[in-house]
Design a protein around this ligand. Sequence first.
Ligand SMILES: *Cc1c(COP(=O)(O)O)cnc(C)c1O
Length: 235
Amino acid sequence: MTDSEIKNNLDNIYDRIRTAAEKSGRRLEDINVVAVTKTVQTDRIQSVYEYGLRDMGENRVQELLEKYERLPADVRWHLIGHLQTNKVKYIIDKVEMIHSVDSLELAKEINSRAGKHNRKIDVLLQVNVSGEETKFGISPEEVYEYVNEIAKMDNISLRGLMTIAPYTQDPQDIRPVFRNLYNIYIDIKRKRIDNVSMDYLSMGMSNDFEVAVEEGANMVRVGTGIFGKRDYAQK
Ligand SMILES: *Cc1c(COP(=O)(O)O)cnc(C)c1O
């Protein structure tokens, strides 16, 4: 992908997000785009930066750390992949948000490490809506218990929910997955729990972001749709 191809892809994605947002009574400005930069070289990421995007997502700690060094300091890094408890310490002062909280043990470690840095870190709870065995995330039934536990942690701010939908040929098939999570998100929002603010619903990837936005996502994580096919197979 050349610089201009990447910028064309972004124009196209923003157009499609605008249409999807309008279908659900919102505007393009209400939707946050996280450019998923895993496996992508720094010069390509620079094109996205020049376009104006500042939110970048990585799913591996090591790769995030390398890119953190190479890209401008105002990039907001999102850790979107499964995070091992023993790696929290490496990224705690470098990320804007952790999308993939999937155990209380992990939440506790994030809380304690954030405390040592005197910061309060934004996290999302990852929910495995469809119960796919190959995916991380807690079940929809567990969400409320987790929300109540994380609400007690002083150095974590629970900002919303995240999911990765199953891959399907036709993204219409997974509309119920997105709708289901949106309903849980709204339900928690209405409960007005202290230290919990349901501001972000992170769902939708290259294959399915339009359906996700139509169903209420306000944060999408797009990789191949911007950068083209990844060099090596990584989910
Ligand atoms: C890779 C990845 C994405 C982006 O996937 P694309 O299909 O390339 O858009 C989004 N979210 C997570 C958690 C990922 O690991």
